[in-house]
Design a protein around this ligand. Structure first.
Ligand code: OGA
Ligand code: MN
Length: 314
């Protein structure tokens, strides 16, 4: 079931009918989503490029409890800031990437600015606990410092939703181009599978598919635009999901209100980032790896021996 939907939305010829894709900006989506109220009495200030939380519009997909979408809570300058971080700063050693051994990661962005082929070679980088694509196992030996700005932004978002102990410990930054896809998978490598997963979209739009805990469940298709934050929580945390298609953005939220962009931000050569963004989507996918009391993965031995399983108590 999941695979059929993936193929359907990926297909170029024939192109898919997009009418059943949930689009939060379209009238008629009300039957598929429910508005999530945020606590109004404790507005969070405008930080990390985000608008104050009282201005956020938050939706839950009715058929997929726990799948939350915050509709672009970023300011224009906020979106630009995170694009620059993903292209210029996080694409540096010691972060790991798919181009390790092919292109020097430290020089990638400089080369990418004048060579589209080089630009399109970078498909992912990992931050913090580095995701191991082969073993799918995190390791204390494969870990670098998690960038404190990304940690600050994501933990700010998590607190708005009452996840006060959420720790941003691992991230994958995915770089998509107009023909890229991400096939169906679940994210289950983390020790802590109760903590939600936060996923930020920037640049071009995407069709995001979210199914159930097996590939036999019918997925929903949601249109994600630049700035949208997906939270995969509760029942949806371990659900199959995929990105079968990148779509041309119908708006450029990174370009609204640019007159208010402060002068230090004008100093960066935004036009180079803008050029990259014209045919790319960036996804920042952030996870907590450890249990709240754990300080490293090897602490897991302690848990295995000392936590009394429910069935013994019963
Ligand atoms: C991932 C992922 C989704 C996206 O990186 O694990 O599911 O929206 N990304 O790109
Ligand atoms: Mn995923």
């Amino acid at each position: 079931m999941f695979k059929q939907y993936f193929k359907y939305y990926k297909s170029r010829n024939p192109a898919p009918d997009l009418r059943s894709v949930i689009d939060l900006e379209k009238a008629g989506c009300e039957k598929s989503v429910r508005k999530v109220p945020l606590p109004a009495e404790s507005p969070f200030p405008s930080i990390w490029g985000l608008k104050p939380s009282t201005d956020w519009q938050v939706w839950e997909i009715v058929d997929k409890p726990g799948l939350i979408i915050i509709r672009n809570p970023f300011t224009s300058i906020g979106q630009r800031f995170w694009v620059v971080q993903c292209l210029r700063d996080y694409s540096k050693k010691p972060n790991k990437s798919n181009i390790d051994g092919l292109i020097d990661l430290d020089g990638w962005w400089e080369k990418a600015q004048c060579n589209k082929e080089t630009a399109e070679k970078l498909r992912w980088i990992t931050l913090g606990f580095h995701h191991n694509w082969d073993t799918k196992i995190y390791s204390d030996m494969e870990k670098d410092e998690f960038p404190c700005d990304l940690k600050g932004m994501i933990e700010h978002v998590s607190k708005v939703f009452g996840y006060d102990t959420f720790q941003a410990e691992a991230a994958i930054i995915n770089y998509y181009h107009m023909n890229s896809t991400l096939s169906g998978h679940t994210d289950h490598s983390e020790i802590n599978l109760e903590a939600p997963l936060f996923s930020v979209s920037l640049g071009q739009s995407a069709i995001f598919l979210l199914g159930g805990h097996t590939i036999d469940e019918k997925p929903v298709a949601v249109l994600l635009r630049s700035g949208d934050i997906v939270i995969m929580s509760k029942e949806s945390r371990l659900s199959y999901h995929a990105v079968p298609r990148i779509l041309k953005a119908d708006s450029e939220p990174w370009n609204s209100n640019t007159e208010t962009i402060a002068s230090p931000a004008r100093d960066i050569q935004w036009d180079l980032f803008e050029e990259y963004l014209k045919s790319s989507r960036i996804n920042i996918n952030v996870r907590q790896v450890l249990q709240p009391q754990q300080s490293c993965l090897s602490d897991v031995i302690y848990f295995t021996y000392f936590v009394i399983p429910n069935w013994i108590v019963m």
